[in-house]
Design a protein around this ligand. Structure first.
Ligand code: FE2
Length: 320
């Protein structure tokens, strides 16, 4: 894989946000989209969708707001520093997180800003960036709606009841919710400063149900193919890259696979563009108290509680 031709791409037009009403599940074009989505989710665990109806302007506006935040002075950003261990609200300084701790690589070369409790009145929005909150919420609304449509392709493609996943997303954006938006800002890569073995983001799978990713044109994201080789997920303008997370793999008893991925300092980034890499991610995760157990009634996985699972995993990720 290395060109767009080799990537798993699905034309999502049949379920585009342009259709205000969610299209009929029995519509043949919807069924075909669902078939393709489930095919990719059950082999490589990730897919690009195009023609999804979410406007580039909303994505660009949210990115610009993030850029303004990350280029603020450190002492300003520190006001928004995450509090407790494994918090999903606030700023992470460079190298604070190391997604893959087993490999003992240096801390990841990135800064983050996480936004989980965005519908709570006391969420600490960066006041230094005009309209930050508005741009984030604008993008979140469409992204969330799209993610629900992606889940409907899973229920259609796997022959599950349409309400299968409803139990998991009753409190999104509130304290009891567990979905989160994440800005990641990878400062310009200075080849003389990159430590041996250092990645932008270490090899991992995501924890939740699905992850929706907006990335810029720099590249660097790589997915593990079914053949066990890392292949570049080449950025496709206007697309959204979606991958399956661990809890979806557990729910579906391994029918859908959590795509293993990492972010490297790409050659293009170092040699040509020499600008920061940015991404914006929506981690769709079940509410804190949601119980995750195999939908087919099997005992392939021990039931877990979403909030406990994420907390335990995130605690293992941060360096102090
Ligand atoms: Fe990830």
């Amino acid at each position: 894989m290395g060109s767009n031709d080799d990537l798993p791409i699905v034309n999502f037009e049949a379920l585009s946000l342009k259709h205000e009403q969610v299209p009929d599940r029995d519509d043949p074009t919807v069924k075909e989209v669902a078939r393709q989505m489930v095919k990719h989710f059950s082999t490589v665990g990730f897919v690009y969708i195009t023609n999804h109806g979410l406007t580039l302007e909303k994505v660009d506006a949210a990115f610009s707001a993030g850029d303004r935040f990350f280029t603020l002075e450190s002492e300003v950003k520190r006001k928004y520093k995450k509090g407790e261990r494994a918090s999903q609200n606030g700023w992470d300084a460079l190298e604070r997180e190391s997604v893959n701790r087993r490999e003992k690589t240096p801390g990841d070369l990135k800064e983050c800003f996480d936004i989980k409790d965005f519908l709570e009145d006391d969420f600490l929005w960066p006041v230094e960036v005009p309209n930050f909150k508005e741009h984030v919420l604008d993008l979140w609304k469409d992204t969330h709606e799209l993610s629900l449509r992606v889940l409907s392709t899973v229920t259609i493609g796997m022959g599950l009841d349409p309400t299968t996943f409803d139990f998991a997303f009753k409190h999104t954006g509130k304290l009891e919710g567990n979905s989160a938006l994440r800005y990641t800002y990878y400062p310009k890569a200075d080849p003389t400063k990159v430590k041996p073995g250092q990645l932008r983001c270490g090899e991992h799978t995501d924890l939740g149900i699905i992850t929706m990713l907006y990335q810029d044109e720099l590249g660097g994201l790589e997915f593990l193919s079914a053949e066990g080789k890392y292949v570049p997920a080449v950025p496709i303008k206007g697309s959204i890259c979606i991958n399956i997370g661990n809890m979806m793999q557990k729910l579906t008893s391994d029918r859908l696979i959590a795509g293993r991925h990492r972010v490297v300092v790409s050659e293009k980034e170092v040699n040509y563009l020499n600008q920061p890499r940015r991404s914006l991610v929506y981690f769709m995760r079940p509410d804190l108290d949601a119980q995750i157990m195999c939908l087919d009634g099997s005992n392939k996985y021990v039931p877990i509680i979403s909030g406990n699972y994420v907390k335990q995993k995130l605690n293992a990720t941060y360096q102090y």
